[in-house]
Structures are given as C-alpha cells and as structure tokens.
Design a binder for this molecule. Structure first.
Ligand code: NI
Ligand code: MN
Length: 227
C-alpha cells in the first residue's frame, strides 16, 4: 500500500492511494495559491467536506470531466445532483463506508456549510480515511473540539489541520488539537490563501516539535509527502 498526499493549496488535496486518485475539497480555479487547473487533475473520487465555495470549488467541473464519484453529506450530494452529477455516494457524520480505495468515515466539524448559491449544505464534516494500515484525518474547516480525543484513539498516522484562524482553528488551538489527536505526522492547511488567514507555518512547526509528540510537515502548494 502506497499513499502519496499532494497538497494543492488551501484545504485541497490529491491523494494517490495505490493508483486511485482521491481529491479532497478541490478549490483550484479561484484559489490564488493553487498551481494546477481543474482541467488537469485526475480524480476517481472527490470528497467534499462542506458547502463553502473554497471547498466545493471545482467539484462539479472535475466530476463531469472525469466521472469521479463524489462523497459528501446527503445535502451537498443532493445539490451536486442538481448541478448535473450522477455518480455520488452520500454519507453522514459518524457513518463509515468501505470504498474501493479504503474506508471513509465522516467526522464532526464545527463550522458552516452553506452552498455558493445559498442552498442548505447540511452539517460540515471532516474525513477519517483508512487505507491499508494507514489512517489519515482531514479535519475540514473546524474549531477545536474535545471529541478529537476519540478520533485520536483510532491511531492516526497523518492529520491535516487548519491553522489559519479567523474562520477555523488558529495555531494555538491546533496545538491543543494535536495533543488530542496524537497523530504521527501533522500538516497545516487553510492558511496564507488570503490575507485574513496569514500564518507563519515554520513557527507553527517549531512549536509542534517542541510541544507535541507529532512530526510536523509543512508543504508548499504542489508538493507531496508519502506515507
Ligand atoms: Ni468553510
Ligand atoms: Mn474554508
């Protein structure tokens, strides 16, 4: 089992899980830091954490071009159906399902989820993905919550946490989240896309090394790490 995690900037990821392409929150065409266009990314599955434009992003165009299956909550999937998508898999918070590339469980996120046209997007979520012997946690947009301890009990190899503050956790609360989650490796997301969420990721990484047991990984958009 080989898993390559590529950060596309903001909260967008492309995972290569033994040759299956899994996109998460593919916000690319309007993303000032993204370096790939929605016309060139591969996708077999697209996971959407909530309805905000910087997460739904280019999901509709990419799914139409590739035929990828979208995995999201029932409300967002219903909206995606209204946009013309036909290959969808709805789940909801606390529910897991064995997809061909691995098991996906939707997790709590404390945030909003309104869709770009004002439609109701249900509750926002994060994702716990189990592929082979690896467990990956993508928190989505969220503030700190103590039930992260429960996700930590599952044994997390890789966690992607927001650190931008203002809309989500900031650096201080992300350090507390890391102590709840106890991931082996942790990566910061949802920062430096816009001026209001500017953060010093290197300073954050030094604190992670000093104050937690996790290994920080700071990527630039387009860079990858292999688990
Ligand atoms: Ni959001
Ligand atoms: Mn966001």
């Amino acid at each position: 089992m080989s898993i390559t995690v590529t950060w596309l900037g903001h909260a967008a990821f492309s995972l290569d899980i033994d040759g299956t392409a899994v996109l998460i929150d593919p916000f690319l065409s309007d993303n000032p830091v993204a370096r790939v266009s929605p016309d060139e990314v591969e996708a077999d599955f697209i996971l959407v954490s909530h309805g905000h434009g910087d997460h739904v992003g280019d999901t509709v165009a990419i799914a139409k071009r590739t035929g990828a299956c979208t995995i999201s909550n029932a409300e967002i999937n219903r909206w995606l159906t209204e946009q013309g998508l036909e290959n969808l898999h709805a789940q909801h918070i606390g529910g897991g399902y064995h997809h061909p590339f691995g098991h996906v469980k939707l997790t709590i996120a404390h945030h909003g989820s309104g869709l770009p046209d004002g439609s109701v997007g249900g509750n926002p979520c994060g994702f716990l993905i189990t592929a082979g012997d690896k467990k990956l946690y993508f928190a989505g947009d969220t503030g700190l919550f103590s039930d992260m301890r429960l996700y930590g009990e599952e044994g997390i190899d890789f966690a992607a946490l927001p650190i931008g503050d203002n809309f989500t956790m900031g650096p201080d609360d992300s350090l507390r989240a890391i102590r709840f989650l106890e991931p082996k490796v942790v990566m910061p997301v949802h920062y430096n896309t816009f001026p209001v969420i500017e953060q010093d990721a290197e300073a954050w990484a030094r604190r992670v090394e000093k104050e937690t047991t996790a290994q920080p990984v700071v990527l630039r958009p387009g860079e990858s790490t292999t688990l």
